[in-house]
Structures are given as C-alpha cells and as structure tokens.
Design a protein around this ligand. Structure first.
Ligand SMILES: Cc1ncc(COP(=O)(O)O)c(C=O)c1O
Length: 451
C-alpha cells in the first residue's frame, strides 16, 4: 500500500467519484478505507468503525467471509475466465444456476440470466420483458411503469424507470414510454395520506388509472423494489405489492421485482417478493450474490416467461443481450460459496431480529432529537432517518447539519450513509446486538453534536 501522505495528497485528484460532484470531492476528500474485518472497516488513520452501510448494501456476510475469498482464489487458479456466449460455458456457472433455481423456487423463478451488476440486471429484465411480449404476438407492449422514488440503477433504461430526478435530469431525454406513479411513502405523498394501508390503496388506484390511460396493450412491465432502498427506505404496506401483482396479472403486464438490495435476506425474508407473498415474473439481483467481493448479478425468470422463449420456433427468442462478464467463472464461484454461507448462517433471521432492534433504537432517537422527522424500517436490516429542520413544516435539514451528524457518528464508531436529507442504514446481516447498540450510540452522539 502507498503511504498515508501519498493517499491523502492524491485523494480525489485523479478520479471522479460516482454520485458525487468532482469539485465537492476535491473540497471534501472522501474517507480512505484501507481495511475490513468482520463488520468493521478501518481508515487510513487507523480509525476502526462499524460499517452501518454494509459496503453499499452488499457486504451482507461482512468482510471476513473466508469461503467466498477462498472460492475466488481457487477459481482464479483453475479458470480465471471463460465466456458463456453461445457455444461455450463453464462448470461454475452451471453449478450456480442449479443452486439459484432451488433458492428461488418458492418465488416461482427457475432460469438465470447472468450480468455484471445491478444496473445490468435491470437493463436485461426490461429488455426481456419487451421481447417476451413480441414473442407472444403483442409487439405493442413496449412501455414501462414504475414508482416515483424507486431506484433502478443508472443505465439509460434503468434511469428512465428511476423515480428520482437526481439520476435523471442531467441525462435527459431518457427513454420514451416510461411513466411513474406515486410511491407508498407515508411521510410525503400527493394525497396527504399518512395511513399506510389507505395510501397503498390510493397508489394502487393511481396505477390502475395510469394503465387505463396508457392502454394496457401498450405496457410491457411494471418494475418495483419490494421495499424502496436508495430512495430512502420506504417499506410499503403489506397490501401494496400483492395489489400490484393482481393489477399486473389482470392487464397482461409483467411484474419485475428489483431485488438488487432485497434478495438474499436483507428484509428478514430470503427475497422481498417472498416477504410480501408475491411471485414476480422477473427478478433482478446482484450485490450480495457474491457478498460484494466480485461484480456479478442475475435476472431470474419465471417458468411461464421462460417457456415463451424456450418454446419459440421462430428464432425471435434469441437473446440479443449479454455482457463479456455474464456468467464469469470467478463471480459464479464466489456466488456458489456465498449462497452456501448465506443459507448456512441463515442470515435472514438475524436480519429480522437485529433489524427490529435497530428500528426500535431509532424510534427512541426520534423521541430525543427534533431533527429526526421520520423513522423508516421494521423489515430486516434496512432503515432510514429522514432529517428535517422543522418537524411541523417538514422542511429538509441543511447539508451542513446532516454532515455534522455523519462526521460525529463516524468519530464515535459508525459509518452511516447520507443520501439527500436521509441517513440510510444497511449494515451486514451478520452483525451482533452489540454492533447495533454501537451504531445507535454513534448516531445519538451525532445528533447531540448537531443540535
Ligand atoms: C434496487 C436497485 N436496483 C439497481 C441498482 C443498481 O445496481 P448497481 O449499482 O450494481 O449497478 C441498485 C443499486 O443500489 C439498486 O439498489
């Protein structure tokens, strides 16, 4: 490793950070993380903190997951790369596809299409949805519906269904034919409705209304996160996703569950769709599929959608999507080991228990600190605090104050993530109750310092 002074001098000078303004990165150089161990990370100055961000919602098993590391190094020795484009494959990806079929069986998903990450998975799922309808003689079904506040990565199709202006405006015009409906976000919504169940019904009515307006025969798919993540952790009422499923089925629209965050246990269930008792037509995953140790993802496909492709005799079912790294053997080996560890440790149950503890602790912080306008969570290890400068008007907090909360929390032992006026918590699923207390204590200090 280069010495600390070199790293600090060169920090943010020669690279542009994703989701950041280059000038801001120069003015406020990022924390330099140089080590990870268990659920803790260490910075270049030797500070060690609990990683309440879990890498980026992906290091579900922490930083010391030996089986995944070993699998990667063994596979690098054996076969570091071979493509799975038509005509060749590799042993690791075959084994992984059988394991995923079993894992996703309760969701009704039985085929995998491999990608290099979450944005790729979203892109491929949208493309497959259009192709599916073309195969079935409904070529007019090309439009997509999604939720405001939803996050679906940053490729152009994904950004087009994305529900947050920050990821759209600079890159417009995006893809035509994408329409957004209000999300079941009780704290702020156009209906001024705070009751989660009533709000879910209003959003479902808005969806039905939009479908009628567009004409169902023009719509390919509805894409949603079972619990909205990057948009500020928005868990809908339990009636919402089943309601979406019903409306989609009634109108011949495919339901894509974007589970780049929620698959593999984060919600306290193995998938977000299963959490709500829903079977999607397509499911996007990535991130925790390799514990974040290798860029990898997959689109899981339902039996019915798969049959349309597999039974096609016209040639139109040939899949014109794919990446050099689709089915990468090192990623596949990492995913095999990761899936075995994920199941062996039964991380979904710890996610549920620790998530409850974290959510309850955050509710206590809400009673204590006026800057907290809303506390969201209660479904596994994904929680958010929405900060305001005035609880009555809900005016968002200023950047300086939220920055102070973040910095003080870090100095007191926890890395948390700031996104707009939200503090987002998505720690590894293997953390202990003492780690949860450490995160809550660090946040408490952060709010005290900022008040
Ligand atoms: C729900 C969802 N979809 C898609 C993506 C994009 O994934 P990636 O950053 O791996 O491209 C993310 C990333 O956070 C996500 O949360």
């Amino acid at each position: 490793m280069k010495e600390a002074n070199f790293l600090k001098e060169n920090n943010a000078r020669h690279l542009w950070h994703p989701m950041a303004h280059p000038a801001d990165s120069l003015a406020n150089p990022p924390d330099i993380i140089v080590g990870g161990d268990g659920v803790e990370i260490t910075d270049v100055d030797g500070n060690r903190v609990v990683d309440a961000v879990g890498g980026l919602w992906n290091v579900n098993l922490g930083y010391s997951c030996a089986p995944v590391k070993q699998a990667i190094s063994d596979q690098l020795e054996k076969l570091p790369y071979y493509s799975i484009f038509r005509g060749t494959t590799n042993d690791a990806v075959i084994e992984l596809s059988t394991m995923l079929r079993e894992f996703f069986e309760p969701d009704g998903l039985s085929r995998a299409f491999f990608t290099s990450g979450g944005s790729d998975s979203v892109e491929v799922s949208l493309r497959l949805a259009r192709q599916y309808h073309k195969l079935r003689g409904e070529a007019g079904r090309t439009k997509f519906l999604s939720l405001k506040k939803g996050y679906h990565g940053t490729h152009t199709m994904g950004a087009s269904v994305n529900g947050n202006a920050n990821f759209r405006t600079a890159y417009e015009p995006l893809m035509p034919g994408c329409y957004h409906i209000p999300s079941p976000y009780t704290y702020r919504n156009p209906f001024n409705e705070t009751d989660p169940e009533k709000l879910a019904q209003l959003c479902l009515s808005a969806l039905e209304d939009e479908i009628k307006f567009q004409d169902p025969s023009t719509i390919a798919a509805f894409i949603m996160e079972p619990i909205l993540g990057a948009g500020g952790v928005i868990p809908p009422h339990e009636s919402f996703m089943p309601g979406v499923r019903e409306i989609c089925s009634k109108n011949g629209i495919l339901l894509i569950s974007d589970e780049v965050i929620t698959a593999f246990g984060r919600t306290g269930s193995w998938t977000g769709a299963r959490h709500w008792g829903v079977k999607p037509d397509l499911l996007c995953c990535a991130k925790a599929i390799t514990n974040g140790y290798f860029p990898f993802g997959a689109v899981m496909v339902s039996e019915a959608v798969a049959e349309a492709f597999e039974n096609d005799a016209s040639g139109k079912g040939s899949i014109g999507s794919g990446y050099t790294y689709s089915g990468h053997p090192v990623g596949a080996a990492a995913a095999i080991a990761c899936l075995k560890e994920t199941e062996r440790l039964n991380v979904k149950d710890n996610a549920a228990a620790r998530g409850k503890q974290l959510h309850e602790g955050l509710r206590k912080l809400f009673m204590k600190h006026e800057a907290i306008g809303d506390v969201r969570g209660g479904h596994g290890l994904m929680c958010a605090l929405e900060l305001v400068s005035d609880r009555a008007t809900k005016a968002p907090i200023d950047k300086g104050t939220i920055g102070k909360v973040h910095r003080t929390a870090y100095e007191n032992g926890a890395m948390v993530r700031v996104s707009g006026n939200n503090i987002i918590l998505s720690p590894p699923l293997v953390l202990t109750d003492a780690h949860v207390d450490a995160i809550l204590n660090a946040l408490d200090k952060g709010f005290e310092a900022a008040s």
